[in-house]
Design a protein around this ligand. Structure first.
Ligand code: ADP
Length: 605
């Protein structure tokens, strides 16, 4: 699809203006200034010029205590101070100078008035005009008189438009949207039977899952124009401008019907109106206008509104009621199959080795969004270029996943021997506890190469298939695995280090969620003690219980983590020999694979 751009003022216009100003300055103002220049000289020079008969005109300005005179050709004006010189008059007569009334012409009062009053006022008015015009331009679009016009990007169809086939995975969303495409192709089929299409469709999901892509794909498949605008673009400095932009957008859309209007980040204007003091009037007016417009056009006009948000819970109920955005299409993070498909779609753009196993990469990148997967492919391609290779290998892809998870390798970080040994034991501690427990994900890779994120090493565990549910045992094992690093340090070095801070944070978060959200404590049973807000944006939780309960929650979280820590200690004590052997191996090799790890673990045990 191609974006249609509005014409701008050509650059040459500004060059011409600057040129005219320069010419005026050079041919008019500069000569005038030069003419007004007066050379200050000493009295000796004056006397010498008088004696050499080089004077032209002379004026004795007694009130200024100065003598003003010119050379013979009257091209230069000189000035000198008056001296008590009784021979002055005679000297001047002898020199043959002409006595002049006034050599330096005083500017006429009109010119003075113009310069000191009219010019500044004109300059200020011009500046004011220019600034208002710029403000209007920013508010209303590229043309200076476009106050309150929508500056929606309009896309027209071209051969390289996005299709459903470009959006990998997300089959449910595509299925739901293909009905819209069918309707736009053939509205009469729906009219005949009296069925009406939803006016608005809300695409809901975490960032980077392909919501914008899906909206474009609908337009691409239906072969209709596509208007795209972000919610924040409606909100303006002046109250009422946003509303007028909404009006304009819908006017344009109706002219171009059938078409698709896409509003990205609709939460910027569609937030709940809760009557807060100091609320945003402009935003509310814009929202009201949007609601009115959506009510205003009859069904089956052929204008389909798609909107995207990752904060559906913050939207105003009036916006999501039937008749407005009445269909909600969830666009979730891709599952294993979806991830593999997305990787393959993006891999079409790069050259890669035949041996690349995309299903393995997809398994490693669990939890990644479509945008992150696209980024992983690109990082891998960049790495191949950096190393001077002609195609991307599996190692490139694995490394780029690690870059996304933990940052780049730190080339110049030098660990002391002791530190390196501690990190090796720490990581093997995690891996060993994970491996010795049932129901925990297999270890894929262990490394003790420091990363730019600050991690000194990490253990990558990769689940075999899709994982939708986690049992209590799995969660407990996960906490035990997280505490395994510290447990190994304590066992071997009899002391703790700061390396476990991230593990501690994660273990506590998990333990807290088990008790407050998943109902996994006997005492609280199935009572929700925390509410999660912004589930698509990290899912911050806030406690919703009394202070006594909070104290009890803290106590239970501590007990839970402690139990798992003790379990990890036990596992490591029982496998002390393997722990030493594996840590030594990792210390020497710095990076080992899951297979190497399992081989040593299973050897003669
Ligand atoms: P959102 O609007 O949900 O934040 P976008 O649609 O802007 O996300 O997606 C950003 C980028 O991520 C796209 O340009 C595309 O490269 C990639 N992407 C996301 N989801 C998919 C998908 N399902 N298939 C292919 N590419 C995807």
């Amino acid at each position: 699809m191609q974006e249609v751009k509005r014409p701008k003022k050509p650059l040459i216009f500004y060059y011409v203006v600057v040129l005219i100003i320069l010419l005026l300055f050079n041919f008019w103002i500069m000569p005038w200034v030069a003419q007004q220049r007066v050379l200050e000289v000493d009295y000796g020079t004056f006397v010498e010029m008088a004696e050499n008969k080089e004077l032209g005109q002379v004026q004795v300005a007694e009130q200024d205590n100065a003598i003003i005179f010119t050379n013979k050709e009257n091209t230069v004006i000189y000035q000198t101070g008056m001296m008590p010189d009784p021979d002055l008059t005679q000297r001047l007569i002898d020199s043959g100078a002409v006595f002049a009334g006034q050599i330096i012409e005083e500017a006429s009062p009109i010119v003075t008035f113009l310069l000191s009053w009219v010019l500044p006022i004109v300059a200020f008015i011009a500046l004011g005009q220019w600034m208002t015009r710029r403000l209007m331009k920013n508010a209303g679009g590229p043309n200076s008189m476009m106050f309150g016009k929508s500056n929606a990007k309009v896309y027209v169809q071209s051969s390289d438009g996005i299709r459903f086939s470009d959006v990998a995975g997300e089959d449910e969303a595509k299925e739901s949207l293909s009905e819209v495409v069918d309707y736009l192709h053939n509205p009469s089929k729906y009219k005949e039977i009296g069925a009406s299409m939803p006016k608005g469709i809300l695409l809901v999901g975490p960032p980077g899952t392909g919501k914008t892509m899906l909206a474009k794909a609908v337009a691409g498949e239906a072969n209709v124009p596509f208007f795209s605008m972000s919610g924040s673009e409606f909100v303006e400095m002046f109250v009422g401008l946003g509303a007028s932009k909404v009006r304009d957008l819908f006017k344009q859309a109706k002219e171009k019907a059938p078409c698709i209007v896409f509003i990205d980040e609709i939460d910027a204007i569609g937030q709940k109106r809760d009557g807060r003091v100091g609320g945003n009037d402009e935003r509310e007016q814009t929202l009201n206008q949007l609601l009115t417009e959506m009510d205003g056009f009859e069904e089956n006009t052929g204008v389909m509104i798609l909107a995207a948000t990752n904060r559906p819970e913050s939207l105003d109920p009036a916006l999501t009621r039937p008749g407005r955005f009445d269909r909600r299409v969830p666009v979730e993070l891709p599952d294993l199959k979806g991830r593999e498909e997305i990787l393959k779609v993006h891999a079409k753009k790069i050259k890669y080795d035949d041996s690349v196993d995309f299903s393995k990469i997809a398994r490693m990148a669990s939890g990644a969004s479509g945008a992150e997967l696209a980024n992983i492919i690109n990082e891998a391609a960049l790495r191949a270029v950096r190393d001077g290779r002609r195609c991307v290998t599996e190692a490139d892809l694995e490394e780029s996943i690690e870059v996304v998870i933990a940052g780049y390798q730190k080339k110049n970080a030098i660990l002391t021997d002791e530190e390196k040994r501690i990190v090796a034991y720490h990581e093997i501690g995690h891996a060993l506890v994970a491996a010795k427990q049932n129901h925990s994900a297999p270890v894929q890779k262990i490394t003790i190469v420091p990363r730019t994120s600050g991690a000194l090493g990490y253990t990558m565990q990769v689940d075999e298939g899709n994982h939708y549910l986690m049992s209590q045992t799995e969660l407990e094992n996960k906490i035990a695995t997280l505490t395994g690093g510290r447990a190994a340090e304590e066992l071997v070095f009899h002391s703790a280090s700061t390396g476990a801070s991230n593990d501690i944070e994660q273990a506590t978060k998990l333990a807290r969620a088990m008790i407050t959200q998943y109902g996994m404590s006997e005492q609280f049973d199935m009572v929700a003690l925390e509410t999660v807000s912004n589930q698509y944006l990290g899912g911050d939780a806030s406690l919703a219980c009394s202070t006594e309960t909070q104290t009890e929650i803290d106590r239970q979280v501590m007990a839970l983590v402690k139990r798992q820590h003790e379990k990890a200690n036990r596992i490591l004590e029982e496998n002390r020999k393997k722990l030493d052997e594996l840590a030594q191996y990792l210390y020497e090799k710095e990076t080992i694979t899951g297979e190497e790890f399992m081989k040593i673990l299973d050897d003669a045990s």
